[in-house]
Design a protein around this ligand. Structure first.
Ligand SMILES: [Zn+2]
Length: 407
């Protein structure tokens, strides 16, 4: 048996809480043990670092030839799971197989070990072809499935989607996309108030594909109807939907108040005011929030001219906007930055941020038995952060994607 790796002495965020001076034992591609096991101490994050000793505390039963990696002074959290992501590293999920891998690898360098590839509105023939290509990469384990954002969205809230390519959500066409994805369609964002919308939500739910409400002009009542028909996700809550009014509470209120719905939030400091983010987080509760990037090609690269599907985008100071009209066009966010911002700027508890960036999206995708938390038997997908929550290492399936930078 190959020697195991023991990451020892960290503050480890477990589903039960935070443990200090904890260890994660990795054997092959899996987590073999986590210690101390049992109940975590939710107050541990506030307690001082353990006193210095010769080395970190090691769990029992560690192999004599195990590689011990002393990560005292660091955090160990589960690898991040991104539900909504269009690209990065100068490449997009609307591109070639090589482009798709470039984008996937860019986000892995930032801690995203499980990623759902999102398309944007395009013509149906293109989307059907792209679904075929993306499904191959899903079969190879590179992506966790496909999210179709558009074309079944509202022209009133189109954001960075081509208006002339939008269409009503005809269930037969929705079905065509799901079939093209060969079992790898995970989510479709649609405006359920459009003709055929409710029937399309039902069809998606029946096929085990998440119906996500977004780019919508729905009323509160129409949104409630869509949730009752089976919609379970709010696509970037607040963005590309009517604002919350006290006599017209709109989709935001309906999506926030229903226990069956998980709300996506883009925590990049541009898409949402920190107070709006906190409002959603506190109202939905930590188990119903998923942080997403909604990233486009410029993520992991920087400013310049890019394409988002068929539309031209200018990125300046890290903010992506359409050249025509100036709509915000996705983000340049990576989940490590979202994590750090949520803890240090938004002042959310670390364990809640871990839930929003790993466990909740993993549960939604139906892969929580393999990823989304640090537990024995799961894939060894983990992120090492320093005390300021800067990324210092990424492991995916037991192999370092970013070697640990310690000291
Ligand atoms: Zn998007």
């Amino acid at each position: 048996m190959a020697p195991s790796k023991v990451l020892a002495g960290a503050r480890v965020v477990l589903p039960t809480g935070i443990v200090t001076d904890g260890s994660v034992v990795v054997q092959g591609t899996r987590i073999a043990a986590v210690s101390p096991g049992g109940s975590g101490d939710p107050a541990a994050s506030a307690s001082p670092a353990p006193p210095d000793r010769e080395g970190p505390r090691l769990p029992g039963g560690v192999q004599a030839n195990a590689e011990i990696i002393d990560v005292r002074g660091h955090w160990l959290v589960p690898g991040f799971v991104d539900l909504h992501n269009h690209g990065g590293g100068g490449a997009s999920f609307s591109g070639t197989a090589e482009d798709i891998l470039t984008a996937v690898r860019t986000h892995r360098l930032h801690g995203t070990t499980t990623l759902v590839a999102s398309t944007v509105t395009d013509d149906m023939d293109f989307l059907v072809r792209q679904a075929g290509l993306l499904s191959e990469l899903a079969e190879q384990g590179e992506i966790a499935g496909i999210h179709f954002e558009g074309p079944f969205i509202s022209p009133c809230r189109k954001g960075a989607h081509s208006e002339e390519l939008l269409r009503d959500p005809d269930p037969a066409e929705v079905r065509k996309l799901i079939d093209a994805a060969r079992g790898r369609a995970r989510m479709v964002t649609l405006a359920a108030e459009l003709p055929g919308g409710i029937d399309s939500v039902r069809l998606l739910a029946e096929h085990g594909v998440i119906a996500a409400i977004g780019h919508t002009d729905a009323t509160y009542e129409q949104t409630v109807q869509a949730i009752d028909a089976g919609a379970t996700v709010a696509t970037h809550l607040f963005n590309a939907m009517p604002p919350l009014g006290h006599r017209a509470p709109g989709p935001i209120t309906a999506l926030l108040e229903d226990e069956r719905v998980t709300v996506e939030l883009i925590d990049d400091g541009t898409h949402l005011h920190a107070a709006a983010l906190r409002l959603a987080f506190h109202h939905a509760g930590a188990s119903r929030v998923a942080f997403i990037t909604d990233a486009m090609d410029a993520a992991g690269i920087g400013d310049g001219r890019y394409m988002l599907g068929p539309l031209e985008v200018e990125v300046a100071d890290g903010v992506a906007r359409l050249v025509q009209g100036g709509s915000i066009a996705g983000s340049t966010l990576t989940l490590d930055r979202a994590f750090r911002r949520a803890v240090t700027v938004d002042r959310l508890p670390v364990e809640d941020v871990v839930a929003a960036v790993s466990a909740n999206p993993a549960r939604l995708l139906g892969v929580y038995d393999r990823v989304g938390s640090l537990e024995p038997g799961k894939d060894a997908d983990l992120v090492l952060l320093d005390e300021e929550f800067a990324l210092k290492g990424v492991m995916r399936r037991g192999a370092w994607v970013v070697d640990p930078q310690l000291g």
